[in-house]
Design a protein around this ligand. Structure first.
Ligand code: URA
Length: 285
C-alpha cells in the first residue's frame, strides 16, 4: 500500500479527514534527521507506509507524548525549568511551526510563543488568514535554557525524540522551521537560515515527505526591519505551499516487517495509557 494523503486542506484548515482506522504503525522508530531529498517522480524506496489515524486517536497519542515529556529529566534543563513547554495548537494541523526553545514567558505559562516573538507570529498568521488554532507550534527544546542562551547539542539530542514524535503524529504537510536551530536539526545540515529562508524543499522526515520551509525566527525580526521584511515576504507564500497539498510520499513496503513488532509496542505505548486528562497547557483543539 502506498502512503496516501488523508486530509484535504483549504487555507490551512483540515476540511476533511478520512479514516479512523486503527491500523498499527508498521514502521521503525525513525531518526529525526532527514534521510534525503525526495526527487520528484522518483519515490524514496524502502520506507513502510505510516499509519492512518483518526483525529481523536491522533490527539490521544499526542497527549500521551505530552504526559511523558512533562516529567522529562533527560537533560540538565529539568533542574532550571518551571514548565515543560510541549507545544500547542491543532493536532490535525497541516501547518506546523518549530521554533528554538521556550523563553521566560513560555517557561512561566507552559505555552510556546507567548511573548513578543509570539505576538509577531500571530500577526503574520492573521495576515495570511490563519490563527493559532489552525496550526501546531512547537520548539526544538521543550525546556528553557537559562538566561535564554542557545540550546546545547546535548539538549537538542536529548529532546529531539519528542519533536520527532510530534511531527510523526501531527503529519503536517508544511513544516516551517523558525531560525537556525530547528532548520539545522530537521535538515540534518549546518547551512544557516540566511541562506535557506524562503526556500521550500521536499524532505523525508521519518516515514513521510513534507514541505520544509525555513523562515527567519520572529525574534530576529523584532529588531531588524530587513529581517522582518524578508520574514513577511516568505510568510505570505505559506498559503501557496499549503495549496500544493502533501508531496509525493515515499514508497511503502508491501508487507509488514515482523522484526519491527517490538518497536511497534514502544511506539504504541502512550496510546494504551490514554486515560490521562489532557493538561490545560496542551491546548489541543
Ligand atoms: N522563541 C522560541 O523559539 N520559542 C518560543 O516558544 C518563544 C520564543
Amino acid at each position: 500500500m502506498t502512503a496516501s494523503p488523508n486530509r484535504i486542506s483549504g487555507a490551512g484548515r483540515v476540511v476533511e479527514r478520512a479514516g479512523g482506522s486503527l491500523t498499527p504503525p508498521h514502521y521503525p522508530l525513525w531518526p529525526l534527521a532527514n534521510t534525503g531529498v525526495v526527487a520528484l517522480g522518483r519515490p524514496f524506496p524502502g520506507l513502510p507506509s505510516p499509519p492512518v489515524r483518526s483525529s481523536a486517536e491522533r490527539r490521544e497519542l499526542l497527549k500521551g507524548v505530552y504526559e511523558e515529556a512533562r516529567g522529562c529529566v533527560r537533560c540538565p534543563l529539568h533542574h532550571t525549568r518551571t514548565t515543560v513547554v510541549f507545544g500547542n495548537g491543532n493536532a490535525n494541523a497541516d501547518l506546523m511551526f518549530i521554533g528554538e526553545a521556550p523563553g521566560a514567558n513560555e517557561d512561566r505559562m507552559g505555552l510556546p510563543f507567548v511573548g513578543q516573538a509570539g505576538k509577531l507570529l500571530d500577526k503574520l498568521l492573521a495576515e495570511i488568514g490563519m490563527e493559532r488554532n489552525d496550526v501546531f507550534v512547537a520548539n526544538t527544546l521543550k525546556c528553557r535554557p537559562p538566561d535564554n542562551r542557545d540550546p546545547h547539542p546535548n539538549e537538542i539530542e536529548a529532546c529531539q525524540e519528542y519533536l520527532r514524535r510530534q511531527v510523526d503524529l501531527i503529519e503536517p504537510t508544511v513544516i516551517c522551521t523558525l531560525g537556525n536551530f530547528s532548520t539545522k536539526l530537521l535538515r540534518a545540515d549546518s547551512t544557516g537560515i540566511s541562506r535557506l529562508h524562503g526556500r521550500a524543499e521536499i524532505r523525508v522526515i521519518g516515514p513521510r515527505a513534507v514541505r520544509l520551509y525555513p523562515l527567519y525566527h520572529p525574534a530576529a525580526a523584532l529588531y531588524t526591519s530587513s529581517t522582518l521584511e524578508a520574514l513577511r515576504m516568505d510568510f505570505h507564500r505559506i498559503p501557496e505551499l499549503l495549496a500544493l497539498g502533501p508531496p509525493e510520499q515515499p514508497r511503502a513496503f508491501e508487507e509488514p516487517i515482523p522484526e519491527l513488532d517490538e518497536l511497534l509496542v514502544e511506539i504504541q505505548g502512550p496510546a494504551g495509557a490514554g486515560e490521562a486528562e489532557p493538561a490545560a497547557q496542551l491546548g489541543l483543539f
